[in-house]
Design a protein around this ligand. Sequence first.
Ligand code: 2PG
Length: 245
Amino acid sequence: MPTLVLLRHGESNWNRENLFTGWVDVDLSDKGVKEAARGGELLLEAGVLPDVVHTSVLTRAIRTAWLALDAAGRTWIPVRRHWRLNERHYGGLQGLNKAETLEKFGAEQFQLWRRSYDTPPPEIGVDQASGIDERYADLAPDLIPRTECLADVVARMLPYWYDAIVPDLRAGRTVLVAAHGNSLRALVKHLDGISDTDIAGLNIPTGIPLRYELDDDLGVISSGYLDPDAAASAAAAVAAQGSKK
Ligand SMILES: O=C(O)[C@@H](CO)OP(=O)(O)O
C-alpha cells in the first residue's frame, strides 16, 4: 500500500514577519528549524520512514526536508528537487505585509488574491521575474511565472506529480514531499477531489507531516496529520494571518 507524506516547510523568516513570500527564497526561522526537526520526530514515532524525498528548489523546503530526515535517521535516501513544487508565485504581493495588504485593499480583495482558485495577484514585470535566478536558468522564459493563482499551481504541479512522484508510489515506496502551503494545497485538492470553491477553506500548517495511505490506483484510503491537534490550531492560525500585524 503506497504511503505519501506531505510536509510544509517549517516557519520561514517571512512567515514570522507575516509577509507574502511566494518564489522569494527566504530561509527558515529558528522556530521553523525546530518545527522541521519535530516533523521528522513525528515520522519516526509513527514508523513512517520515507524511501525517497521530493522537494521544491526553495531553501526553506530543502532545509525542512533535510532536518526532518535527519531527525528520522533517513538523510541517506534519494532526493529529487523541482521548481514545479515551488510555492505559488505571489506576483506583486511578494514582500508585502499581509495585515497591511488586507487593510489597504479590503477583506474581499485580500481573500480573492490569497485563497480564491482563479484570481491571480497583480503580475510583476519581466525584469523582476525569478528568471534572473540561476536555479531557473534552464527554464523556458514562458514557464517562469510573474504571478499565479491556485489553478495555475495545479496546472504546473500536476506534470511533476504524474512524471516523478506517481512512479515512486507505484514502485511501493514511502514518498515524502517537502514543499509549500500552496503547492501542497494544490496537491491535496487533486488527491481529495476538493472543489474549486471549497479549497479556499483549506490551510496547511508548517512542519506537521500529513500522511496519505493510497490504494494501488492511488486513490485515497485514509489521510491525517501525525499530530492532529497541533495541525488544527496551526491551520487556523494560517487562515487568520491577514489580521495579524
Ligand atoms: O506567502 C506565501 O507565499 C504563502 C505561504 O507562506 O502565504 P499564504 O498562506 O498567505 O498563501
